[in-house]
Structures are given as C-alpha cells and as structure tokens.
Design a protein around this ligand. Sequence first.
Ligand code: SF4
Length: 399
Amino acid sequence: MDGKKIQHTQMQHGIIGGERQEPDGLAVYIHFPYCRSRCPYCDFFRALLPRVFDEEALLQRYADDLAYFATLCGGRRVTSVFFGGGTPSLLAPQSIEHVIGEIGRHFKLDAGAEISLEANPNTFEREKFLAFRAAGINRLSLGVQALSAAGLKFLGRTHGVDDALRAMELGAAAFPKFSVDLIYARPGQQWESWQQEIDTALSFGLKHISLYELAIEEGTVFAKKNIRAADEKTSLTLYKQTVSYLRERGFARYEVSNFAATRLDECAHNLVYWRGGDYIGIGEGAHGRIRTAGKGGSTLSVAAGGGSEIWAAADGRLSERLLPEERAEELVLLGLRLEEGIDAEAFYQACGIKLFDYLSKKMTKRLAQLNLLCYDERNIRLTDKGFPLLDEIILELVS
Ligand code: SF4
C-alpha cells in the first residue's frame, strides 16, 4: 500500500505496544494482491481487481493457507495481524471478520493483539471504516501519500485532498491506533510545502506517521517514463529536517521511515519483522519466518510456490531451512533500520552466531570513529549521522 516500499504486553486501548515479541509470539500477515488502479511509483502493484471478483474463493484460499501454517506452528500465540497489499480495504468488512475468526480457530489470538489494515482514502473504502472497526480492526494505516492536489496528481492517486482530510477525520475517530503514510522527495518539493503537509496530517491528532522517500524503482511506470525523484542532496536535507521537526513535536523516529509519539504507538506488527521475530504470510507471494527449535535453532523460511499462478496455493508452498549466515544477514539488514538497533543476545538467539563475530570488526570500529554508529557488547545502532547512509553502512558491515 505504501508504494515503497515489525513481550511483555503493555496495553493501550487493549492493544500491544512496541515491546519485544515474547518467544512464543507469532505475527500473521494477510496479503490482498489487488488494487483498483496502478500508482505509477509503486513496485508493490500486482494486479487490478478483477471486474467480477470471487471474494468467497479468496477467503477459502486464505483458510487453506492458515490451515497449512497450522501444521507448522498451529496453536501458537498470535500477537499481531496485518492486512496488507495491494489494497486490502477493498475486502468486505465481513471478510475481514471471517479471516480473523479463522486465525482464532488455528492459533491463540491474543485479546490485545494489534490488528492492522492498510486503506486508501477513497469514498468506497472510507465508508467502510466503522464496519472495519466492528469487524476487529484496531489499527488503520491510511495511504494518503500527499496532501496537495499537485502532489496527488503527480503520484497518480485516485483520491483528492478533501478525500484524504475526510478519511483522516474518520480514521482518527474510529481506530485506537491510526497512522498516515506520506511520500516526500517528490521532484521540486521544498521544505515549506512539505512541512505544511506534515502539519495537516498531525492536526488530526496522529500518534504515528510513516514518511517514505520517493524512490524510482525498476519496472514502475515512473521508471519507464524516466521520471526522477528529488536529487540526493534535497532528499537528504528534507529527511534531516523532517526528523528534527517531528522530534520538536514529540515524535521519535523508531525506524528509518516511521515515527511514533510513544513506544505504545509504534507498529507492533512491523517491529516483529525488524527485530527478526516469527511471522507467517498468508496469500499470494507472502512468506514467513518461523524459528523451529531452541537456542540458535534453525529458521524455517516458507514462501509462495513457483509457477505462473498469481496465487500460491497452500500445497504449493516452498519451505527451506535458512543457513545461520543467511539469517544473520537478514537480521542486520532489518535491525539496523531501527533506532534501537540490534540486540546482541536476541541476534544470537535468532541465528546462533555472535553479532560481533558476524560483523566486520574493522569496519564496525571505523564507522564508530566516524560517528556513523555506536556499539557496546550488548547492542549496535546507527547514529543520527548514520541513518541517512543506512544502505551504504549495511553493505560495509556485512560484506
Ligand atoms: S494502491 Fe497504489 S500504492 Fe497501494 S499497492 Fe496499489 S498500486 Fe501500490
């Protein structure tokens, strides 16, 4: 949905906050692959919603996938559910309720589990917000992307600024946890107009906001048309200004693109991915990571099967045991995205390799001398200076 593109249970409105997933915890991702139109910047787009759409058949496939995963890890405690896509808000609220019920049939769904839905601000979807809430959704992530007519037009969005304002009003009122996605580094974008967009979004009382840098990804309509994002220097300046502006307003960056007012407002589901926790992916193209045994035990990667079908049927699932080094690399790639960085003990538990045996010692020291990261025996994390260079730093550390 965002186009660019994770316990101790502390409760807020009965929902788990940003605490670390407990060892038996499991996150469940439900993938809805269809959209009503294709946004030109999006490399997540898979297919247009068919004119005649068999939602019953899709629900059956979700049920089959859940039953399959239940054979691998059934009965485990589910701490979060995330309906993503694609545009999962095209689903009927009854379908969402049905899927949540199916999850509860195979797993122990925590009473306080965070259950997120990605949605667009268009009329058809926002009219269903209250019904989504009644169906069990307690966190809405709204793909606003821009709050200027010119910005929305450039991004090829089918909603207008008024739609976005109305949807934010409804979303903020209806859901205990509510977040807005915006995209910056659009060509020609200046700080003043970007700041106004942030201010408008925050005026709805948000406690969480995701701000993604526009990247022109291969295969997108923008790439084919040779459209360029703002230049690197402008993007970097906008990013730094954004981080400090949000800090002044009481928001902490907890992940490179995600900001929250308190730890309880963080997205518990996405924190599971970034911290290397266990999750399963239900639906076409979705994959999972499940730790199978004890200390440093192997991690099972379960992915969609091959072939030309858009849907990976449950019996087409492929599973493989990840090598400790493969797992270690993933953990670094994901963990350094977090402000809290990587916990050395959690890293060892997840892959069986000691964090500072895996990372290049020479490079770790050097990057620390350059004030790009800091570390001690328990943790490594990037500094403010290091965050904008995340990709480059990861390459240095793991190569
Ligand atoms: S709505 Fe647009 S941004 Fe979201 S997944 Fe579909 S094409 Fe991508």
